[in-house]
Ligand binder design. Structure first.
Ligand code: GDP
Ligand code: PGA
Ligand code: MN
Length: 599
């Protein structure tokens, strides 16, 4: 290497933007720059001008492809690397000093080994390119429940997505400079080599390091990494809950609104339920559903002892396939403009296309090849849209309330083709925690690996709880302290199948019938029958006017299969024991009580 080149290598990177007055942030950014050696450091201010410049750069280099300006104004297509289309749970680690603190529910590495492994990947990885510093706030800027972070990335695609998904830029930086604390997230897309891809969390240091993927859940560090894995650890220490839940408001014809938080695993219906449009009959009577959030919920007891929830996100990162005028018209309206589509197909007139969309024909598939049904679907099954929540017609006027909204009911649910009825209610909080802890669901395309395999996914947090599940359940149980006025807990299953393999419940808008029953239970109006697994509605306890259900559907949706549940309770007992002595005795006792009452 000649002297001149060496000189250029050592030159301090060009700094774009105002930098920061916060010494700890400045030091960390300098440290990262010394390791990754970018040519420039860009401090993101979140402005329209900044976004326009980034988008223009991405259009020029092919990262973003412009869609039809007339039918999809301000919207873009991004095609990811074909091996980088979902979260990678086998490459996701929680690095705590004690392995037991991460628990059997997480892959573990010691913090020292984790840092060494990641830092060797980051070494020189941004040479010749720009390093973006993204200050962001999870939750409304002025909410005491919100928490801030800074993501450093070499991906302009990540910057554009973080701008939609979080409150990003100057206002967040000002809050960070005031508070002095923030979660540190370091990301590089790297070579997109699945063998050089890791997502590591250091909860004790409020730090995330992610390398080798540009996919949402792996790369938009505010989302699953911060708002769930790191935040769940913080929430335990500070007495609140960071959950994988949608939040919606149900307004009855009298104008009263109840708020519900629901935990379903990835690609099991959170976005759809959060944007539900009431079915015929309900609409005319004046029922309305308001969207607060579709993926993450932070909640804590308020002065009156009720749980108050905020959505820490500012946008939706939703599954495109299956989104249609019939299934989710609110989502379709939301993504009509200013949307980034990732891995969808394209029509002849440059419109986005995916399986389940009502009209149009794909000419190009998600890989960019001419569409041929023989090569599989036009859109990747985990194709996504990124869009601001403000564009959603059902976005609640209370979604930005700094105090959050009071939660009346917590709902757990998963994909269960057999056994689990449409809905049941837990007896009390402890039973509710067991129902959440015992949640099972069939795997989906949201993570790499086999699809349709039943696994335990407690509270839909299996991939996202940043610490030992046994401690997490104990934390949940601790909310029943005599002072809190806790919500009722329910379990739903929209995915029960008949002998022909088809779904027995119409789902989508008709799920409001189930939500109405829950609200009726909360208000002490609706009826149910007590069974060992909880309180189940009879058919006549739900408003099923206009719903066609076969005899098989009625039996399976509203029935309770004693023998099947005996086997399920044995399996739940086995699962709890996997956590050893850290598992709270109260959950073993609850499992034993239900198992005994089944005999
Ligand atoms: P999320 O990842 O949890 O937000 O899940 P989505 O709401 O994006 O839904 C994932 C998939 O489940 C999509 O293909 C939906 O069409 C489908 N889905 C959502 N709700 C229902 C429902 O009530 N019934 C059925 N059968 N499918 C649903
Ligand atoms: P979701 O999460 O599937 O729960 O919407 C997004 C992700 O998997 O990154
Ligand atoms: Mn979703």
């Amino acid at each position: 290497m000649n002297a001149l080149v060496q000189d250029v290598d050592k030159r301090a990177p060009e700094v774009q933007g105002r930098g920061t007055t916060l010494e700890s942030l400045k030091q960390w950014v300098d440290q990262v720059a010394a390791l990754a050696r970018p040519a420039a450091i860009h401090w993101c201010d979140g402005s329209d001008a900044e976004n326009a410049a980034l988008v223009a750069k991405m259009e020029a280099d092919g990262t973003l492809i412009r869609l039809n300006e007339e039918t999809n104004p301000g919207s873009w297509l991004h095609r990811s690397h074909p091996d980088d289309v979902a979260r990678v749970e086998h490459l996701t680690f929680v690095c705590t000093s004690e392995q037991d603190d991460a628990g059997p529910n997480n892959h573990w590495m010691s913090p020292a080994d984790g840092h060494a492994q990641m830092d060797s990947l980051f070494e020189g990885c941004m040479e010749g390119r720009t390093m973006y510093v993204i200050p962001y706030c999870m939750g409304p800027i002025d909410s005491p429940i919100s928490r801030c972070g800074v993501e450093i990335t070499d991906s302009p695609y990540v910057v554009a997505n973080m701008r939609i998904m979080t409150r990003m830029g100057e206002a967040a930086l000002q809050r960070i400079e005031r508070e002095g604390t923030f979660v540190r997230g370091l990301h590089s897309t790297g070579e997109l080599d699945p063998n050089r891809r890791f997502i590591m969390h250091f909860p004790e240091e409020l730090t995330i390091k992610s390398y080798g993927s540009g996919y949402g859940g792996n790369a938009l560090l505010g989302k699953k990494c911060h708002a769930l894995r790191i935040a769940s650890h913080q929430a335990r220490q500070e007495g609140w809950l960071a959950e994988h839940m949608l939040i919606l408001g149900i307004e009855n014809p009298q104008g009263e609104t109840h708020y519900v938080a629901a935990a379903f695993p990835s690609a099991c219906g959170k976005t759809n339920l959060a944007m539900l449009i009431p079915p015929e009959g309900y609409r005319e009577k004046g029922w309305k559903v308001w969207t607060i959030g579709d993926d993450i919920c932070w909640m804590r007891p308020g002065p009156d002892g009720r749980l108050y929830a905020i959505n820490p996100e500012a946008g939706f990162f939703g599954v495109a396939p299956g989104t249609s005028a019939k299934s989710n018209p609110n989502a379709l309206a939301t993504i009509a403009k200013n949307t980034i589509f990732t891995n969808v197909g394209v029509t002849a007139d440059d419109g986005p296309w995916w399986e389940g969309l009502d009209d149009g024909q794909p000419v190009t598939d998600w890989r960019g090849n001419a569409y041929d049904a023989a090569n599989g679907p036009a859109a990747h099954p985990n194709a996504r849209f990124t869009v601001s929540a403000k564009q959603c017609p059902s976005y609640s006027e209370h979604a930005e309330d700094p105090t959050g909204v009071p939660i009346s009911a917590i709902v757990f649910g998963g994909r269960r083709a057999s056994l689990v009825p449409l809905v049941f209610e837990a007896r009390d909080w402890t039973h509710g925690v067991l129902v959440g802890a015992a949640m099972g669901s069939e795997t989906t395309a949201a993570a790499t690996g086999a699809v349709g395999v039943m696994r335990r996914d407690p509270m839909a947090m299996k991939p996202f709880c940043g610490y030992n599940f046994a401690d997490y359940f104990a934390h949940w149980l601790s909310f029943d302290n005599g002072r809190n006025k806790l919500p009722k807990v329910f379990h739903v299953n929209w995915f029960r199948k008949g002998d022909d393999g088809k779904f027995l419940w119409p789902g989508f808008g008709d799920n409001l019938r189930v939500l109405e029953w829950m609200i009726g239970r909360v208000e002490g109006r609706a009826d149910a029958v007590e069974t060992p697994i909880g309180a189940l509605p009879r058919e006549q306890d739900l408003d099923l006017e206009g719903v066609q259900l076969s005899g098989e559907a009625r039996e399976k949706l509203f029935g309770f299969d004693r023998d099947g549940w005996r086997a399920e309770l044995v399996s739940i007992g086995d699962y709890l024991r996997e956590y050893g002595p850290r598992m709270p005795q109260a959950l073993h006792d609850e499992q034993a009580r239900i198992a005994a009452s089944l005999d």
